[in-house]
Design a protein around this ligand. Structure first.
Ligand code: OAD
Length: 242
């Protein structure tokens, strides 16, 4: 099938589906200027996750970890949603049932107007107190004091999921439910190698859904997906809307 025919087919599936689920990864924000993790020039090419994105790293050197998150927060604050984020907002507005599951912590889906967003890896704008365990939103960039402190005096940590930590239970349950019950799952901009997020597309396929992948490169999911479209999500996603 030609690329044009593939896009037309995917568009028809989305038009007629009663329920749509979406899984996004860092690639969807790449055209906004947010660095991905595993591409050439990605964050994990220049930094080691075990130094910056594990509970052990934070325990060892909270200031270093906070400096890295503060840098990423400042970078993201200067980025805007792109046409891929806006296309997903439009798909949500037309669908009877819709759930967007994202591994991204940048908040760009909400800024584009998406409503039902499950943030299975947390949010870089959230801060959680290690003492009173309260999570709040802090949009200041840069943060005035690092590591930041809660009103109760406890140290705050970034409200994101680190390697080795469980995913937020409620969001994960909703995500599994959404992919099990959807007719179409759209997977955009993820390398499909980080679990448990990477298990959502196989779960959708096993439950009888069509899975449409959008990625600039081939991934471990590409062969199994019902339809795999190769290219930038900011260009391809708008083509999937009538
Ligand atoms: P990755 O950096 O692993 O993968 C980004 C994917 O996006 C790659 O497959 C690229 O080919 C693709 N890509 C890049 N630019 C694109 C574009 N313009 N359009 C479409 N696709 C594009 O990011 P994730 O899959 O999100 O977790 O990584 C998953 C998790 O690993 C992250 O949430 C993070 C990371 O370590 C934690 O920190 C817990």
């Amino acid at each position: 099938m030609t690329a044009t025919a593939q896009i037309e087919t995917a568009r028809a599936w989305l038009r007629t589906a009663r329920s749509i689920a979406v899984l996004t990864g860092a690639g969807i924000s790449a055209e906004s200027g947010v660095p991905t993790f595993r591409d050439p020039g990605g964050l994990w090419r220049n930094y080691r996750p075990e130094d910056l994105a594990t509970p052990e790293a934070f325990q060892r050197d909270p200031l270093l970890v906070w400096q890295w998150y503060d840098w990423r927060r400042s970078l993201i604050a200067n980025c805007r949603p792109n046409l891929g984020h806006y296309a997903l907002r439009d798909i949500e507005q037309r669908a009877a049932a819709f759930t967007l599951v994202t591994q991204n912590v940048d908040g760009l889906h909400e800024r584009a107007g998406s409503q039902r967003v499950l943030k299975i890896h947390g949010d870089i704008w959230w801060v959680t107190c290690l003492q009173c365990e309260k999570t709040t939103t802090d949009l200041r960039v840069p943060l005035p004091d690092l590591p930041p402190r809660c009103a109760c005096g406890g140290m705050l940590r970034p409200g994101v999921v680190w390697f080795g930590e469980p995913l937020p239970q409620w969001a994960w349950q909703q995500a599994e439910e959404a992919v099990k019950t959807c007719e179409v799952l759209l997977v955009a901009g993820t390398s499909a190698v980080v679990y448990p997020a990477a298990s959502l597309a196989p779960l959708a396929l096993a439950s009888g859904a069509r899975v449409i992948e959008i990625n600039s490169e081939e991934t471990p999911l590409s062969g199994a997906a019902t339809c795999s479209l190769r290219g930038p999500s900011g260009e391809l996603l708008p083509l999937l809307i009538d």
